[in-house]
Design a protein around this ligand. Structure first.
Ligand SMILES: [Zn+2]
Ligand SMILES: [Zn+2]
Length: 364
């Protein structure tokens, strides 16, 4: 086995990543060393890289990861389904390591907000074990991480975005209790919006309206079950809400989801809801994402507005199950549109940012 591994390191926001070598860690009790096979670039990697939100440096970004177990420390032998794990197994794992003992883990059921939280792709890589992000040859997993063995039917590129985009969207629809036959609005046709659409379709929703500002994305999302698409370029909130009402017998949608990472779309989402409608937003993961809205509309029309950040381990398990059960129903294999090596990662970040790609895969 090699003694060192490569990683693409961000030493400063807004600058190109640097390829560095770190010594491979000694695997401790309960831990695991995984060889990264594929890591897809998430919108939040771009926010950090662009300095829109604070992060420690140096850092190895990347958290939508699929890997192969290289070494297992004593006592780390089972996955989420109690299946035994061995070197060579292909796995994905939760974005977070949570302690299972604190107020949020034990009392409030919010392990993604654990008081001792560690997140892959979000921690400094200055100290051993160094390998804590996906843009590297290896990743070192600690015991508070939920590891999931992947079915052979799912390719690395299909499975990788489950780890953030798909699991988060599952948590989002759950938070506003999406029901069969409801009419929904999905704002944004990037990876989050695509998965939100496929889920709404498989839940049996009636009208699935998707908005974006890029026609090629709106065209693509039709193959995931969108019944209606709308390019909202130059439209005000009232205009796009009018379209949503027109498609729902004048009432508005039952539920809406913000998948755009643009706070300016929130008023259009709220205005598109029927009386008693529910709205969830999870794309605005950077501070300063402000919006203005008439609070009386939320009161008079009984609206619910909620936020969802990350997910619980069961949402990731559901994400993997969903992909496996629906692999013939939707073209998940075409979500990764571009591929780069570790040494071309800065180019990959630019492509991901341009909107030209749905997901860029990093293949170390
Ligand atoms: Zn905790
Ligand atoms: Zn993410």
């Amino acid at each position: 086995m090699p003694k060192t591994g490569k990683a693409a390191v961000m030493t400063k926001a807004m600058t190109d990543l640097e390829l560095k070598r770190f010594p491979l860690p000694v695997v401790s009790l309960g831990d695991m060393l995984v060889k990264v096979k594929c890591c897809t670039i998430c919108g939040s990697d771009l926010h950090t890289w662009r300095g829109r939100r604070a992060s420690p440096t140096p850092i190895i970004l990347g958290h939508e990861i699929v890997g192969e177990i290289v070494e297992i420390g004593q006592g780390a032998g089972c996955d989420s389904g109690n299946r035994s794990l061995r070197p060579g197994d292909r796995v994905t794992w939760t974005i977070m390591d949570s302690c299972g003992k604190c107020y949020y883990c034990r009392v409030k059921g919010l392990p993604m907000k654990c008081r001792n939280l560690k997140k892959y792709g979000h921690e400094s890589c200055a100290e051993p074990p160094h390998f804590l992000g996906g843009f590297a040859e290896y990743c070192y997993l600690s015991p508070g991480t939920c590891v999931i063995k992947l079915p052979e039917t799912l390719t690395d590129e299909v499975a990788a975005p489950a780890n953030c985009a798909l699991a988060t969207v599952i948590a989002g629809w759950e938070a506003i209790s999406l029901k069969p036959l409801e009419n929904v609005l999905i704002q944004g046709a990037g990876a989050l919006g695509i998965y939100a659409t496929a889920l709404a379709k498989s839940y049996g929703c009636a009208r699935i309206i998707v908005t974006d500002v890029l026609d090629q994305r709106l065209e693509f999302v039709k193959s995931f079950g969108a019944t209606d698409t709308l390019n909202t370029t130059g439209m005000c909130a009232d205009e796009s809400a009018e379209v949503a009402r027109g498609l729902t017998a004048g009432f508005g949608v039952d539920a809406a989801m913000e998948c755009a990472g643009v706070p300016a779309v929130i008023p259009a989402g709220l205005k598109s809801l029927r009386v008693g409608g529910r709205y969830v937003q999870h794309g605005n993961v950077f501070p300063g994402a402000e919006f203005t809205y008439d609070a009386s509309d939320i009161v008079f029309r009984w609206l619910t507005l909620t936020g969802v950040h990350n997910y619980d381990a069961r949402h990731l398990q559901l994400a993997v199950n969903f992909l496996e059960q629906n692999r013939e129903a939707f073209p998940f294999g075409s979500i990764v549109t571009h591929r780069v090596g570790l040494d071309e990662l800065s180019d990959g970040l630019h492509i991901a940012e341009s909107g030209e790609a749905i997901r860029v895969a990093v293949l170390p």
